[in-house]
Design a protein around this ligand. Structure first.
Ligand code: UDP
Ligand code: MG
Length: 210
């Protein structure tokens, strides 16, 4: 078995999970400001690949996103690995980016067990999972609100329903897997952005031993 591309003693990876609309992207942006993370959204990377001239995966990605299903892991993992390598090469200034070290928030990934196992084994062992939890009611209202301006092909009632199903059936087992390993930090994301941010900040500071 080959070893991971990145050594987890130098490269810190935090997976950021939670239902669609839980506030992962918003809170990641805040944590970038606080701690100098590189924020990688799997969904954003997939959308960029979907629209990239000459991509052989464009149609496949579009269909999966609309149907709320999971793109085959090889595609997503390669996109993440490439983005991580590019960020490491960039040689960013700031905390956690000296002497071959780096820190990443991997947002909206892994959504399926096979991705989780493969990423940990071949790219980098994740240190923790930040799990933003809230009710389906809250998720739905946030997604419908976002849908008014997001232009996203999956922020409509029909796609949302399918995404909820995938989340419950396919992604919850991933969270349970890391929970059993004692690596999940759960944060109630029902309150305001500011309150959730405060809690996330405290949790991440503890994890990074600030
Ligand atoms: N997706 C995927 N694999 C991933 C992450 C996302 O296939 O690892 C696809 C999936 O179809 C998902 C869509 O991308 O429903 C949108 O993901 P995104 O993270 O942007 O949604 P969010 O959670 O932010 O609402
Ligand atoms: Mg998102």
């Amino acid at each position: 078995m080959s070893s991971p591309v990145f050594d987890h003693n130098k490269v810190t990876v935090i997976f950021v999970l939670g239902g669609p609309g839980a506030g992962k992207g918003t809170q990641c942006a805040n944590l970038v400001e606080d701690f100098g993370f590189c924020h990688l959204s799997a969904g954003d990377l997939l959308r960029a690949e979907q629209h990239r001239q000459g991509s052989e995966f464009g149609e496949l990605i579009q269909t999966c996103i609309k149907e709320g299903t999971i793109v085959p892991m090889e595609v997503t993992i390669k996109l993440l690995e490439n983005a991580m390598a590019a960020a490491m090469k960039e040689n960013r200034a700031g905390d956690g980016w000296k002497d071959g070290k780096g820190r990443f928030l991997v947002d909206g990934f892994p959504r399926k067990m096979d991705q989780a196992l493969k990423f940990d084994e071949s790219v980098c062992m994740a240190s923790a999972v930040l799990f933003f939890s809230t009710t389906e009611e809250v998720l739905l209202s946030r997604l419908l609100e976002r849908g008014k301006t997001s232009g996203r092909e999956d922020d409509n009632e029909e796609s949302i329903k399918k995404r909820f199903n995938t989340y419950k059936e396919t992604t919850m087992p991933v969270i349970n897997h890391y929970e059993a390993l004692g690596r999940v930090i759960e944060i109630d994301s029902s309150p305001s952005v500011e309150i959730v941010h405060e809690q996330a900040k405290v949790a991440v500071a503890k994890l990074l031993r600030y």
